[in-house]
Write a protein of this length. Structure first.
Length: 101
């Protein structure tokens, strides 16, 4: 498992342009083969994701106040990092999950 940082944008930007604009970065945990510069699309988000950093370490939490990534909760501002999986959606498949009544 590794940690990736992404920015959300539909513009075609280089990593240098993204960094010079100081765009907000978001993190995900993944086991998928992902590289810096890859563009990802998810039905969960309106904009595409551009991978800006790949950290070869599995970080479990991020601090919303400081941006720090860690494996343990260090403050009340720490939140779990979501896992991202690469897969192709099939239009003939309906995805669902069980819920409590």
């Amino acid at each position: 498992m590794k940690t990736i940082l992404v920015v959300f944008t539909n513009d075609t930007l280089t990593i240098e342009q993204i960094n010079s604009r100081k765009m907000q970065k978001y993190c995900f945990r993944t086991e998928s083969e992902i590289n810096v510069g890859d563009t990802l699309k998810s039905n969960n988000y309106e904009r595409k994701m551009v991978v800006t950093d790949v950290i070869n370490a599995d970080k479990k939490y991020y601090n919303a106040q400081t941006g720090e990534l860690s494996n343990e909760i260090t403050s009340t501002k720490c939140y779990p990092i979501k896992t991202l999986e690469l897969r192709e959606e099939n239009d003939n498949v309906v995805y669902a999950k069980k819920t409590e009544v």
